[in-house]
Write a protein that binds this ligand. Structure first.
Ligand SMILES: C[S@@+](CC[C@H](N)C(=O)[O-])C[C@H]1O[C@@H](n2cnc3c(N)ncnc32)[C@H](O)[C@@H]1O
Length: 263
């Protein structure tokens, strides 16, 4: 090992350059909570106030729910960076065209974010609920985490907001909770629902009739609660058995509260 003073040379071109401090930006995944901005954390607000770029996923031409939540604390179009998905519900998620388009979308977004992160600017990805829970943020995190400093700010999940607004505890004692995407095949839903004490079924949309049938087959329909836009404007909470139609927006879920030990 040689120290700097051990380097003997008469040619200035051979003198090793002094290390240049390279400061890259931080990639933040910011949990925005379930909808009502009052459920933003103090940490989330601090990051939103300071980050150079506020990135939010959205449907082309729309604002995106995470950005709407942020309106309560920041209104700064100059820092906004919308990332419109190439597809949302137009193609099934296992369609190769959908998979290829999404991969290209995330690759391109990661490349553009890497440029500003490399230039020392902080980027906040606004994530509805919690960033590490079915979050699109995770696809950028996976592509950037080995190159840049990352901080994830946890958020109140949508399901937590929904069972709170439904006024129902979800698990008691030793209850096992199963979280299911409604996109699963009906037989899988029935098997999983039949093997659990409590359940949350997310991503309902056009899958509600299938979910209703699976809950009926698993003997859980009487306990099922439908929550639409929990904590947001237009919230609706109703026992699923009393919901007269099978229409469900993207922000909706079914809760099956556990009935475990209650001393
Ligand atoms: C891609 S996942 C994102 C989950 C989010 N990262 C979280 O922590 O809750 C989207 C699904 O979450 C559920 N969801 C999230 N927030 C909700 C809310 N406020 N009300 C009803 N459903 C919600 C819906 O089932 C929706 O289809």
């Amino acid at each position: 090992m040689h120290g700097a003073s051990d380097v003997m040379t008469s040619d200035p071109a051979e003198i090793p350059a002094a290390p240049v401090a390279s400061v890259t930006g931080t990639l933040y995944g910011v949990g925005m909570g379930p909808g009502d901005p009052d459920y933003l954390t103090v940490r989330a607000v601090r990051v939103l106030e300071r980050a150079h770029h506020l990135v939010h996923f959205c449907k082309a031409g729309k604002r995106g729910n995470a950005r709407t939540i942020a309106d309560a604390v920041v209104q700064d179009p100059a820092r906004e960076w919308p990332l419109p998905y190439p597809y949302t519900t137009e193609l099934p998620p296992d369609d190769p065209a959908y998979v290829a388009a999404l991969a290209a979308f995330y690759d391109d977004a990661a490349m553009r974010l890497a440029e500003v992160l490399g230039a020392g600017r902080d980027v906040a990805i606004l994530s509805e609920g919690d960033p590490f829970f079915y979050g699109s943020f995770m696809h950028l995190w996976r592509r950037l985490k080995d190159r840049f400093r990352v901080e994830v700010v946890p958020g109140v999940t949508g399901m937590s907001g929904c069972w709170t607004r439904a006024g129902t505890p979800i698990t008691w004692g030793d209850d096992v909770l199963t979280v299911l995407p409604a996109t699963l095949p009906r037989a899988t839903l029935v098997a999983r629902l039949s093997a659990t004490d409590a359940a949350v079924v997310m991503k309902l949309g056009r899958h509600l009739p299938k979910v209703r049938a699976a809950l009926t087959e698993a003997g859980l329909i009487a306990r099922a609660v439908y929550v639409e836009r929990g904590t947001m404007a237009g919230e609706c909470v109703v026992p699923l058995s009393q919901k007269p139609d099978d229409r469900a927006p993207y922000f909706s879920m079914v809760l099956v509260p556990g009935e475990g030990r209650r001393p």
